[in-house]
Ligand binder design. Structure first.
Ligand code: UD1
Ligand code: CA
Length: 457
């Protein structure tokens, strides 16, 4: 639900002040990546898609790196520092300035819970539009230990009780708090300010917003999501679990949209991989960020693609490597053990075997022979190779850039091309072949005679 559809403005507050010690990492937890994008990036994207018009990220002290990531991904995001970790309600209140600006909806999200869908945030907002002052997200926990429990009053939420504060009978509840919440902007400050730290952990619990709202005769709603969607990340094992869940979902989405995955569990996507219809992806293919594969293309086994565009009906691999800036036209072919970087491969062009093409442009229907290398780097600068449409480069040629091979020109196999080649011409740049008739016979006879002489006593 966007702001325009609902007519309600929305402030999202993303809590990222955790220390993440269990990651055992020099990097802040929320900058670790799931499917090629930071956890924080996933959450920023979801709240934006759910219509948040203003986003505040709450970070711990000395977390310039987290602030920088937020600024890169969403330049309008505001950063506030929670200088002391005194609980989730305290963290939300560190965005007091934004809260007092009077937004209709306030969404609270955890930066270490990256799989929550925009639609789920939207459903929390929708509960506010229906009159709830607080809407919390729950899930049925396989193992509820450690989570806050939803204490229900019929269909309404009566309270959320943290595990450490829960009675024996409350601990038997399996409907647990995912942590995310939506609060009505008209009441949010008065509700949060009424929360105290009179509990087992001496913290200001956001979860107490429910009981406080009820005491003020406001209503609280409970929504639910699958446990897999609300899985938070504390350590590398949970990081791997969330990555696996992301991949599972993405594979299903790609197949549902009309692509064939021969062995889905062996294909790894990025958060932003675009795959068209009737695409075939063979086993063991890895997509880094920024790849789009158009309709009818084939990605053969063991290929690795990153920052690349694969045109309609084009083929890659097996063992193809497309690096950032690789752009394959319609029906182009990049074969086995071929690496392409920052290069356009024209429609119908073929680069079939054992080749490196970097910083280049290859025209339509050109044919690049096995073992061709564009020599694009002199240790200081990169230079460009331009190959015209219909050109034919013989096998094992080195093209020393900057250099241009004209349209329909031929380059003889084994050439080292250092000068431009005119269209429709032939360039050969290799040692001339010399023929010495009978040389091998004479050589062998002489060699044998020397060996026999050495053997005699
Ligand atoms: C919280 C919920 C609990 C829920 C669980 C789900 C509260 C009181 N409890 O518990 O009901 O079942 O999440 O995982 O909300 N944070 C700050 N500043 C703070 C404290 C926390 O920014 O002062 C951030 C953390 O970085 C984290 C999030 O808030 O992203 C949750 O905090 P955490 O301490 O992990 O809460 P839990 O005890 O897991
Ligand atoms: Ca937690």
């Amino acid at each position: 639900m966007t702001e325009m559809q609902s007519g309600r403005s929305c402030l999202a507050i993303i809590l990222a002040a955790g220390e993440g010690t269990r990651m055992k990492s020099a990097r802040p937890k929320v900058l670790h990546e799931v499917a090629g994008r930071s956890m924080l990036g996933h959450v920023l994207a979801a709240v934006a898609q759910a219509g948040a018009s203003r986003v505040v990220v709450v970070v711990g002290p000395d977390r310039a790196d987290v602030a920088a990531e937020a600024a890169t991904l969403l330049p309008s995001a505001e950063i506030v520092v929670q200088s002391e970790r005194r609980g989730t309600a305290h963290a939300v209140l560190s965005a007091r300035r934004a809260l007092s600006d009077g937004h209709d909806d306030v969404l609270v999200a955890f930066a270490d819970t990256p799989l929550v869908q925009a639609a789920t945030f939207s459903s929390l907002r929708a509960a506010l539009a229906r009159g709830a002052a607080v809407a919390a997200l729950g899930f049925e926990a396989k193992d509820p230990t450690g989570y806050g429990r939803f204490v229900m009053d019929g269909d309404a939420l009566e309270a959320i009780v943290e595990h450490k504060d829960a009675s024996e009978s409350q601990r038997a509840i399996t409907l647990c708090n995912a942590g995310l919440m939506a609060l009505d902007g008209r009441h949010v400050l008065s509700v949060l300010e009424a929360i105290d730290s009179d509990n087992a952990q001496r913290e200001f619990y956001l979860t107490d917003a429910v009981a406080v709202a009820r005491a003020k005769k406001l209503s609280a709603a409970a929504l639910t999501a699958p446990e897999s969607e609300v899985q938070g990340i504390n350590d590398r094992i949970q990081l791997a679990g969330v990555e696996a869940e992301f991949q599972r979902r993405k594979r299903l989405a790609v197949m549902a949209a009309g692509a064939t995955l021969a062995a889905p569990e062996t294909v790894f996507f990025s958060f932003d991989t675009q795959v068209g219809r009737d695409v075939l992806i063979e086993p063991n293919v890895v997509f880094g960020p920024g790849v789009a594969v158009a309709d009818g293309a084939v990605i053969h086994a063991f290929s690795h693609l990153e920052g690349a565009e694969v045109g309609p009906g084009a083929t890659v691999g097996p063992y193809g490597r497309l690096r950032p800036g690789a752009k394959l036209g319609m029906g182009a072919k990049v074969g086995n053990f071929v690496e392409i970087k920052a290069a356009d491969i024209g429609a119908g062009a073929k680069v079939s075997h054992l080749t490196y093409i970097g910083d280049a442009s290859i025209g339509a229907d050109a044919n690049i022979g096995a073992g061709t290398i564009t020599c694009n780097y002199d240790g200081f600068a990169k230079a460009k190779t331009t190959i015209g449409a219909g050109a034919f480069v013989g096998s094992n040629s080195s093209l020393v850039a900057p250099v241009t091979i004209g349209e329909r020109a031929y380059v003889g196999s084994g050439s080292v091309i250092t000068k431009d080649v005119a269209p429709d011409s032939l360039a050969v740049a290799r040692g001339r072949q010399v023929a010495k008739e009978g040389w091998a016979t004479t050589f062998r006879a002489a060699a044998k005679a020397r060996k026999d002489a050495a053997k005699k006593p």
